[in-house]
Design a binder for this molecule. Structure first.
Ligand code: ZN
Length: 69
């Protein structure tokens, strides 16, 4: 099973993520799903979740240039 967006191999957790209304498998890796998760609600098999499946925070380097005050 591979991500339909980037073709990366999916973990069990990623591969079993379903759309919450259509109940269809979304078949997207965490990174790609992260981009759409606010528009597609899903049912996730949290029992299959591994630490590796934690969504990476897309915050990037935190700006520390707030030196005022
Ligand atoms: Zn992907």
């Amino acid at each position: 099973m591979r991500c339909i967006a980037c073709n990366r191999g999916l973990s069990d957790y990623e591969a079993t993520r379903r759309h919450s209304t259509t109940n269809e498998f979304i078949d997207m890796c965490n990174e790609c799903y992260f981009e759409i998760e606010e528009t597609i609600a899903s049912i996730e098999r949290e029992d299959l979740m591994h630490p590796d499946d934690e969504p990476e925070l897309h915050t990037g380097p935190v700006s520390t240039e707030f030196n005022g005050s």
